[in-house]
Write a protein that binds this ligand. Sequence first.
Ligand code: MAN
Length: 535
Amino acid sequence: MQWLAVLTLTSLAVFFETLARHVALASDGKLLRVRGIPVAKSSLYSPDRDFECLDGSLLIPFKRVNDDYCDCADGSDEPGTAACTNGSFYCGNLGYQATYIPSSWVNDGICDCCDASDEYSSDVQCIDNCHELGQEAWLEAQRAAELAKEGNKIRLEYIQKGKQLKTENQAKLAEYRTSYEEAELTKKEKEIVKTRAEEREAAALEKYKPPPSPEHEEEKDISDNEVKEYFLMLDSDSSGTVTIAELQTRVTFDKDRNGEVSREEALFFLNNQEELTMQEFIDSAWTNIKPFLMLEKGIFQVAEKKNAQESEHDQSDNESHDASDEHHEDDDHEDEEHEEEGHDGEVEETNDEKQPEPEPEMEPAVQYDEETQALIDEAKEAREKFQEAERHVHDLLNEMRKLEERVERDYGPDEVFASLDGQCFDYTDLEYVYTLCLYGRASQRSKSGGNEVNLGQWNEWIGDGVNKYAKAKYDRGLTCWNGPSRNTIVSLKCGIENKLTAVAEPNRCEYTMDFETPALCNPNVEQNTDIHDEL
Ligand code: MAN
């Protein structure tokens, strides 16, 4: 038994040491025992001279040390009795871990020191079990050392992966930065092309606009009541709010005229809200919507009306658009008449749209002359290319931000935690399944169903000194009813595999989690076995 041999040698050494701690040599050469003090303080308790209270407040004859009467204000004259309420008694605990207990515990009938030294004159029979405790502690220390050695192999792999990830991320980031600069340039170029194409398109479309007449302008102006009516028309399910989905059924909001109203387009009109009440609509959305509605009334109604009616007259109208440029003046005039019809048509359509109607026609059916159509197509293509370039810049920026965050993240010594970033672990108790995602979030889901509850978002490492990576804080979780937002403190220690081993909620909405990981198995660093060092 290897431990026995080691323990015996250690024990002998400690025994003599401890013996020395408990005795003082009197002038007659006799060993005088001074109870309750360690060897380091024995020179302060010399039987050859008066005793000076350790706080320097009083000098008393040595015979008054441990005479069961408290003389010193700091309790230092009675380390081995319970006379002073503020004194402390030193347990040598040979074979285990020396410790101090309050002097008031001396001879109180309870065994506090494992060597039984605190109950030297009480009725209780204490058994010296320091050796057993020492043996257990020694075994525990052995197990911890073994675990650290095993786990260390995995830790070294993590370090290798972590360093590799860091290099890769840095390289990727550099690439993204270059691509981003290029993408920005491309976007600017596409923007110039788009602006020019749109200018040409707008100029060409001018001739399709009705000539401004005061009467016409007045008609087009939209009164407050009409805004409300318009809101009610948009609110097709009469829910009291206008939503993105409701806007997406209206051609009016197809800003880029690509045949569909995207979520972004709908958000633009709803002032970046998912839905708006009538008042919010009037206050914040109307300003954005009005110009488009006016434009629609000015240009597109004719088309919609024409579509609806499919009149013979429209046929001839279309034909007239196909005619040569010289006839444009006339065409415009005809358009104007139809637009007015269209305006009437708008009211009809408005009423119609209160019922669940099929989606309105998305393509404006105005037949433009070839040259105008070509400019419209060109502008459309330029817009699409610009949007594509814009999306590319946006995506790159997102990726770059994510990577920057990763590159700057504290992955511990030698990037040991890097390969665990994003990995999640579960723990199930009677009521909940808890999930911990490293560098992500902690969450809780009731076993009886319901939504996942956010117990906190990764924040930072908060361990003390060399143990910085033994504790992590997750906060900004779901707000507790009538309380703060939920948060979780994770305690980490060495383990052969990554594992969430315990979860508790010591205070309402404040959680603790215990997590084992090979990332913390380092034989060169003190393992968490308080006793190991004391033997
Ligand atoms: C939920 C859970 C519990 C928490 C209460 C607070 O039931 O998140 O952990 O204590 O809410 O109301």
